[in-house]
Each structure stands twice: as C-alpha cells, then as structure tokens.
Design a protein around this ligand. Sequence first.
Ligand SMILES: [Zn+2]
Ligand SMILES: [Zn+2]
Length: 203
Amino acid sequence: MTVLSVLLFTAQAGAAQVAPIQYWCPVMSAPADSHVETFDYKGIRYFGCCTGCAEKFAADPEKYIEAIEGSQHLVGQALYDPVSRMRVKAGGAHPRLQYKGIMYTFENADDLTKFKDAPESFTKTPDKEVLKCPVLDVTNPEPALNPSYYDADGVRIYLCCHGCINPTHFHKDEYTAKAKPLAAKCAVHIVTADGLKKEAEAN
Ligand SMILES: [Zn+2]
Ligand SMILES: [Zn+2]
C-alpha cells in the first residue's frame, strides 16, 4: 500500500459505507467501486461491479477463488481475524495485510505476526458450514453477524454471540457433534442493506 492510500484510508475511516480501498469484482475483474452487490463466501466479503455478478460467483465460487489467488488486485475482504477467529471491521487502526488478493484485518500486531509466519494454516477453510449456533441454537439472519466461529472435523461452525465462544472451548466435542448433522456445503451469502445496517450497529 502506498503512503497516499494509507493517508486516504485514515481520513475516510470514520465515514460509513465509504470504500477506503479499491476492491475488484471477482467475476468481471473490474473495479467494484460502487459495491453494486456485496456477498460473502467462507468468511471473505466480495463486491460485485454490476447486478448479476453475485449470482455468477455463486454458481461456481471455487473457480473464481482460484483466479483471485493469482490476482494482483485486491478482490476480497476478510470478515474475521484469521488467527483469533474474531469478527473484525475493516478500517480503524487495526493492522492489515493483503495476501493472495484478500485484505486481512487483525485484532493486534501479534496476530499479524502469527499469520505472516504461517499464512496457509490460517487461510485454509472447510468446505462445509453450520450457521445455527450449537450453544444457543440461534441462527443470525446473515453469517457476517456472527462474532466468531471455530473449525472442526471439516466444518466451520459459527457462534451467534460472544457468550458462546467459551463453552465451545470447554465442550468442543459435544458442540461439534451437535452441529455436524446440520453441515451444508459453504454457500455464497448475499449481504442485504439491512444486514449492512445491523453490522454497523454491532460493536
Ligand atoms: Zn462484477
Ligand atoms: Zn450462540
């Protein structure tokens, strides 16, 4: 990132819905400045440049993911610190790193260092997911509203609130066994205006 873009980013960080960094549409390989569509897949947020890009992406996400990994452009935005697995908001003073077309945001410098030491171990994502929290049986209306998750037995299990994180540390096997029958292939989730509003309100 250039010094100029860092300065621009800092200046705009307080403004809602402003894209401080330019993301490219993963489907058309064109700048997605206006964020016509916003969609999430495996914890990464993508922006479509025109109506229909999300649908095309959803039809064969892995095909586009492969292209992103070799892209020189910034294409996706990680929703979670991949080390702590906590939901992070892009912007603010958090450390960031662009890796294989994705911008990762970290809760702190320690997480960034751990990631740099072994990025592949943190970017590997299961192919299946469970959106119903096994602790409270709550399903948030959009996956990005979940504050955290954990990966077990080839499944990413989302946790509906902060209070559900500790129980899954202490009774991991029990909750994994409960969640696993609900595992479905990771889907592309279209983010609605309402979802974005809820995200902005969440702490
Ligand atoms: Zn597009
Ligand atoms: Zn929960």
